[in-house]
Design a binder for this molecule. Structure first.
Ligand code: ZN
Length: 184
């Protein structure tokens, strides 16, 4: 055992007794604070009532913090269940690939739990000849893609540099339009 682990504060008894003492003080402080607030004192009296019902039901005294903890747990579980049902997969979930002009485009759907919306993510063009993801060779002067397998090169700078690349923004708009028209 290392020297660090021999310290008195790593002793399981110290942790258990210390933890229980701190929890006890915290609970009594919270109870006092609850009683001092008009609305909260109503909640507190409700908690006391539930405690009395639970005590008579189970046949022995149940601490109020267990009742409060149980209510918080039930609330959290119901929230989680609600979020899961909200996150139900949409019909277009499997629509992750399409061909609009010549290139193949692939993407994913991701759920934003704050906005409660599905978003298209990671939209990428693929080579129509070999289905390999294009490498983005764009810079501040040029939008360019290259197939690392076929070496086909597409550049916005004109015919001297190959064919023009397909427009990512247009493709994104077409995907959203297809989803809205349920054309997938
Ligand atoms: Zn290719």
């Amino acid at each position: 055992m290392s020297k660090k682990n021999d310290s008195w504060y790593y002793n399981p008894w110290v942790i258990a007794v210390g933890g229980a003492t701190i929890a006890g003080i915290a609970v009594s402080l919270i109870c006092d604070w609850l009683k001092s607030k008009p609305i909260l004192s109503t909640i507190f009296s409700w908690l006391m009532r539930i405690k009395d019902i639970a005590t008579s039901f189970f046949g022995y005294k149940i601490p109020i913090w267990i009742i409060a903890l149980a209510i918080i747990l039930i609330y959290l579980i119901s929230r989680i269940k609600f979020n899961i049902s909200q996150k139900a997969l949409p019909d277009y979930w499997s629509y992750k690939q399409d061909r609009f002009y010549n290139w193949i485009w692939k993407w994913d759907w991701d759920f934003d739990s704050v906005e409660k919306k599905w978003y298209m993510v990671n939209l990428q063009p693929y080579c129509p000849k070999c289905n390999t993801q294009f490498v983005n060779k764009s810079n501040h002067l040029d939008i360019a893609y290259e197939c690392p397998r076929c070496k086909d090169y597409f550049s916005s700078r004109g015919l001297n540099y190959g064919h023009p690349p397909e427009d990512k923004q247009n493709v994104e708009a077409l995907i959203i339009d297809n989803v809205q028209k349920r054309n997938y």
